[in-house]
Design a protein around this ligand. Structure first.
Ligand SMILES: [Zn+2]
Length: 216
């Protein structure tokens, strides 16, 4: 029987809380709408489409936050199996290696262990989605001009979490009985980024074969 991911999550005290939408806000309503269509059993390829009359940036914002929460949770459930020893380099198999770069400590691309890379990645996204200048939550405050660019970068980096988890920790996914859950999240993510061309095709290459298999 599948292990409840929420239980695993609750056990991990070091894990960051989920970002939530404030009830009563437009984005909360949009989030509820997206969740409802997700649960309605509709095809995932259909549920990612922008509902008529909605703003694309709002739609992207809601999904970026939701994917961050869900992917963060997935990685968190297997984080103890992804260590400095098991994964000294953030990679996706022997062919793909990811280097970390930011505007703080790592101005030049740095070769880091997977857990270190993941920690920096999640901190970086968390910082952005909580930044009112990037993800404004107040009514009437517009998104910045580079909003979609920022989201492209966030989603591109989140995709790498899937790459690492699928290629290096697939046994953990199986032993936790989480394969269907992770696949559903992956498919939803994949259809979303394809719908709005948000991640470069080259970035998707490491999981291309698997994607062809599960995303018909
Ligand atoms: Zn790992």
């Amino acid at each position: 029987m599948a292990l409840c991911l929420k239980q695993v999550f609750a056990k991990d005290k070091t894990f960051r809380p989920r970002k939530r939408f404030e009830p009563g806000t437009q984005r909360f309503e949009l989030y509820k709408k997206a969740q409802a269509s997700l649960k309605s059993g509709l095809d995932l390829r259909t549920v990612v489409r922008l509902p008529p009359g909605e703003n694309i940036d709002d739609w992207i914002a809601v999904h970026v936050v939701d994917f961050f929460n869900r992917i963060n949770l997935i990685y968190g459930t297997m984080a103890e199996r992804c260590s400095e020893t098991s994964c000294p380099v953030m990679a996706g198999g022997p062919r793909y290696e990811y280097r970390w770069q930011d505007e703080r400590q790592y101005r030049r691309p740095a070769k880091l262990s997977a857990p270190r890379y993941m920690a920096l990645l999640m901190d970086w996204i968390e910082g952005l989605i909580n930044d009112e200048d990037v993800f404004p939550t107040r009514v009437g405050v517009p998104f910045p001009k580079n909003f979609q660019q920022v989201c492209t970068k966030i989603l591109t980096r989140l995709f790498r979490v899937f790459v690492h988890v699928y290629i290096h920790h697939f046994d953990s996914i199986l032993s936790m009985g989480a394969e269907a859950h992770v696949n559903t999240c992956y498919k939803h993510f994949y259809y979303f980024i394809r719908e709005f061309s948000l991640v470069d095709q080259r970035e998707l290459e490491p999981l291309r074969e698997m994607t062809e298999r599960i995303c018909h």
